[in-house]
Design a binder for this molecule. Structure first.
Ligand code: ATP
Length: 352
C-alpha cells in the first residue's frame, strides 16, 4: 500500500474552476473520505487520482511516484463505482477474475485470489451466478471483490452505497470498514453522506466549491469545526445557529436575549461584532434555568426526543435522551453546555 499526495491540484473545465489549488496527504493504510455538497468537486478529485480525468495543474503522487502522466491502468489502483459496472454476461467468478486474466496472470493464481476474496466477502456460494441473479448488496460485494483480487496500492470508492436501501447501506458500511481493518489498503472514498463519513473515515476532507474547508478526524470536525460551513454540514440534526451581536457582557440576539459566551471567551473588545452563535442539539438541555424558549413540536425517535422550539424568533432543536411530554406552545428553558458553545464571525464564517 502507498500514500497519496495531492499538491496544488487544479481542475478547470473551460473557464469553470472545479478544483482550486487543493493540497493534502492520504497516509499509507488510512481511510480518507472526501465529502461535500453536490458539485463541490469530490468525484472530480477522485477521478483525477484514478487517472480518469486529466489535471489542469499541480501534482498527484502515489507512493513516491508522480502519476500525472501515468495511465489509469498503470497506477495500481482499483476503483469501485456507484453503479458497480459488472459484466452481465460473466459469472461472479469471471467478473472478479477478469482484470487478472487481462494481465495474463496464470489460472491457478487467479482462482486462488478469487476464492480468497470470495471468502472475505461471503460470496463463496455465489461464484457461478450472473449479476442479474444477485441482490443489490451482493452485486456491491462483487464489485469490491473485483477490486480486492487486484491487491492494489489504493482503493478508490465513488459513492459505492448510494444505490442501496437504508438498511443495506448500514450493513455494507460496517463491512467496508471491517474490510479495511483487515486489509489496511489505503482507501479514498467519496460520499455526500455525513454519517458514512463519520463512521468509516480515519480522516475526513470537507469540500465546498472546489476548495477544502477543513481536514480532520471525524470527531475533531464534529467538536471543533473551523467554520460555519463545516459546523452545519457535519452533524444531524444540524448545529443550532443563532445570529447575535457581541456586547461588553455577552452576545445578544435581535430579540434582546442574552446568549452565554463559550467558556473562556469573555472578550469585551469585540463590542458590536456580528457573530453566529452555535450549539449542537445534544448540548442544549431542557432545564429549570436557561434561555427562554417556546416548544413548536416534539419528535420522539425512540433513542432520543427532538424538541423543536424557538428562542426568540430563531428555530432551534434540542435532542433530549429523556422522553418528553411537552405540548406545543409550552414555555421552557434551554441551557447550553458552556464548553460546547461555538462562536463564528458572521461575515467570514470562521470560528472565533
Ligand atoms: P456529486 O455529489 O453531485 O456527484 P461532486 O462533488 O462529485 O458532486 P463533481 O462531479 O466532481 O462534483 O463536479 C464538480 C463540478 O465540476 C460540478 O460543478 C460539475 O458540474 C463540474 N463538472 C464535472 N465534470 C464536468 C465536465 N466534464 N465539464 C464541465 N463541468 C464539469
Amino acid at each position: 500500500m502507498s500514500s497519496v499526495l495531492i499538491e496544488n491540484v487544479i481542475k478547470n473545465y473551460g473557464a469553470f474552476e472545479a478544483i482550486r489549488d487543493v493540497s493534502f496527504e492520504i497516509e499509507s493504510g488510512s481511510f480518507v473520505i472526501l465529502i461535500g455538497p453536490s458539485g463541490c468537486g469530490k468525484s472530480t478529485l477522485l477521478r483525477m487520482i484514478a487517472g480518469l480525468e486529466e489535471i489542469s495543474g499541480g501534482t498527484i503522487s502515489i507512493g513516491d511516484k508522480v502519476v500525472n502522466d501515468v495511465a489509469s491502468k498503470d497506477r495500481d489502483i482499483a476503483m469501485v463505482f456507484q453503479n458497480y459496472a459488472l459484466y452481465p454476461h460473466m459469472t461472479v467468478e469471471e467478473n472478479m477474475g477478469f482484470s487478472l486474466s487481462l494481465r495474463r496472470i496464470d489460472k491457478a493464481t487467479i482462482e486462488d485470489r478469487v476464492q480468497h476474496a470470495a471468502e472475505i466477502l461471503g460470496l463463496d456460494a455465489l461464484l457461478e451466478r450472473y449479476p442479474k441473479q444477485l441482490s443489490g448488496g451482493q452485486r456491491q460485494r462483487v464489485a469490491m471483490g473485483r477490486a480486492i483480487v487486484r491487491d492494489p496500492q489504493v482503493f478508490l470508492f465513488d459513492e459505492p452505497l448510494s444505490n442501496l436501501d437504508a438498511k443495506l447501506r448500514v450493513q455494507m458500511r460496517t463491512e467496508i470498514k471491517g474490510l479495511h481493518q483487515r486489509l489496511k489498503t489505503t482507501t479514498v472514498y467519496v460520499t455526500h453522506d455525513q454519517i458514512e463519513a463519520m463512521t468509516m473515515a480515519d480522516k475526513i476532507v470537507v469540500m465546498r466549491q472546489g476548495v477544502i474547508e477543513q481536514i480532520g478526524a471525524p470527531l475533531d470536525l464534529y467538536d471543533r469545526p473551523a467554520n460555519l460551513f463545516v459546523a452545519q454540514f457535519i452533524g444531524s440534526p444540524a448545529m443550532n445557529i443563532i445570529d447575535a451581536t457581541l456586547d461588553a457582557d455577552g452576545a445578544y440576539t435581535a430579540d434582546g436575549i442574552k446568549l452565554p459566551m463559550p467558556n473562556g471567551h469573555n472578550d469585551a473588545r469585540s463590542n458590536g461584532r456580528l457573530v453566529k452563535w452555535g450549539v449542537r442539539p445534544e448540548h442544549l438541555e431542557i432545564a429549570d434555568h436557561g434561555l427562554p424558549a417556546t416548544v413548536d413540536l416534539i419528535e420522539p425517535t425512540g433513542a432520543e426526543t427532538l424538541v423543536l422550539a424557538r428562542i426568540g424568533t430563531t428555530k432551534v432543536v434540542a435532542a433530549s435522551r429523556e422522553r418528553q411530554t411537552l405540548e406545543p406552545g409550552a414555555a421552557i428553558h434551554l441551557a447550553p453546555l458552556g464548553d460546547r458553545i461555538h462562536l463564528f464571525d458572521a461575515e467570514s464564517g470562521l470560528v472565533i
